[in-house]
Design a protein around this ligand. Structure first.
Ligand code: NAD
Length: 418
């Protein structure tokens, strides 16, 4: 489908085609599994603070509606395109199915640079986008959550705009909102916590002592920062982190408490006094036990995959590894890959808990949530590790084929429409 033409969409399709071959899915069934069910592109005129009007492009892609409502993040980034959003929606489908959640995948985005907009401009843009999306979203249709460049406040504006239209408060239309508005305890931390939990499980398998390990994290936003703090709590020494503005390194380990305070004040990692600056490209190549890409897609490529020097590659980001890089990593058994659809699934799992709590208006404690999260992650982990070992296939192929097979079975059971 030409409309989705984008390198990230091509990458998601190549991954799918490989799994379809592995599962021997007939060619005639592949198209409806692969291509999104529906997409909406909208023009969003917004009054700017300087009195001008600027028009932004917004997108929402719902990949499949076979198992329940669709679920997925909303991204604010200058490079957002329909094809990229479609790839992310497809990955959400496999991720939800892998975790056994009753959702199809979705994703949305607005091409904008939120760091260059005032809070008022971001609010007007978000409310306008929500207004355009009203016929398309809802607790039983499509539920948004934060992703790159969006946060709890963005979700609060979406929930408020949708609720004003409905005439009553509808908390379950979004997840990742503030706890006071029906958000779930532990949602903000869920993705990073899950990443660290699975790294701990991989370390067990590899007999790696986390207390003596070193970790490097690319992207110090929601996912990356929480993964770093959680790894620190498991005893790992975090020696380097980065954000869009720069990368920092300290071979003795970064003081994470001091870094947290520094980032809260300065909104960047660059200039942190307890570390030296290094180049972005260098960060991924540092010798370490654990490497967590937690920024954007296509960071580990054919150029650097042969040179990364870690024992565990835990994909906090969606799609950080290209298929060419994957082929190289498959020839490097010394690097254990925890693929994105498994590694970062903690976020959508706790989003599911938030949706359930909102629907029943009955809320759980943080301990209950962490306990339920780790139970689902443990189950996914055991299944994928087992499948990978039994069939002698990579962890990525094991994870993707488990998710895709479940969606395929559901589509066959229901018929042609959804
Ligand atoms: P975020 O906006 O909170 O953080 C992104 C971070 O990456 C920022 O620190 C940014 O400065 C940094 N960054 C951007 N470009 C970079 C580059 N070229 N080099 C280094 N750092 C760079 O976003 P997030 O919610 O933490 O999402 C990060 C990734 O995790 C995305 O791929 C997202 O799709 C994925 N993800 C997020 C969640 C979630 O719950 N938020 C769940 C699953 C997957």
């Amino acid at each position: 489908m030409q409309v989705y033409e984008h390198p990230t969409f091509q990458m998601a399709c190549r991954q799918f085609d490989r799994v379809a071959d592995h599962l021997q899915i007939p060619e005639s069934d592949c198209g409806r599994l692969k291509f999104p069910k529906r997409s909406l592109a909208v023009a969003l005129p917004v009054h700017m603070d300087d009195g001008t009007t600027q028009v932004f492009s917004g997108y929402r892609v719902q990949h499949h509606l076979t198992i329940g409502p669709t679920k997925g993040g909303l991204r604010y980034h200058p490079d957002v395109k329909l094809g990229e959003v479609a790839a992310l929606a497809m990955w959400m489908s496999w991720k939800c199915a892998l975790a056994g959640l009753p959702f199809g995948g979705a994703k949305g985005g607005i091409a904008c640079d939120p760091s260059k907009l005032s809070p008022g401009e971001v609010e007007r843009l978000t409310r306008r986008f929500t207004q355009e999306m009203i016929p398309f979203i809802g607790p039983q249709m499509d539920v948004m959550a934060p992703d790159v460049g969006t946060n709890e406040q963005t979700m609060a504006w979406i929930m408020d705009t949708f609720s004003m239209h409905a005439g009553y408060t509808v908390p379950s239309v979004v997840t990742g909102k503030p706890v006071g508005l029906g958000g779930s305890l532990g949602r903000r931390e869920a993705t990073g916590r899950g990443v660290a939990y699975l790294i701990n499980r991989a370390a067990d398998v590899l007999s790696l002592d986390l207390g003596k390990s070193t970790a490097v994290v690319q992207g110090f936003g929601n996912v990356g920062s929480v993964a770093a703090y959680s790894l620190g709590r498991y005893g790992a020494k975090v020696i380097a982190v980065s954000d869009v503005g720069g990368a920092i390194y300290n071979s003795m380990g970064l003081d994470l408490l001091a870094l947290e305070k520094y980032v809260a004040q300065n909104h960047r990692v660059g200039g942190f006094p307890g570390a030296e600056p290094i180049a972005h490209e260098q960060l991924l190549l540092l010798p370490c036990d654990i490497l967590v890409p937690a920024a954007l897609e296509r960071q580990i490529t054919a150029e650097n995959a042969g040179k990364i020097q870690c024992r565990i590659l835990a994909e906090g980001a969606n799609g950080p590894t290209t298929p060419e890089a994957d082929a190289i990593l498959e020839q490097r058994p010394e690097v254990f890959v925890i693929p994105d659809v498994l590694a970062n699934s903690g976020g959508v799992i706790v989003s599911y808990f938030e949706w359930v709590q909102d629907l029943q208006s009955f809320f759980w404690s943080e301990t209950e949530i962490a306990d339920k999260l780790f139970r689902i992650l443990e189950n996914s982990w055991a299944q994928i590790l087992n499948c990978s070992r039994k069939q002698n296939i990579s962890m990525r192929l094991a994870a993707l084929s488990t998710g895709i097979r479940r969606v395929y079975e559901a589509k066959r059971q229901r018929g042609l429409f959804p």
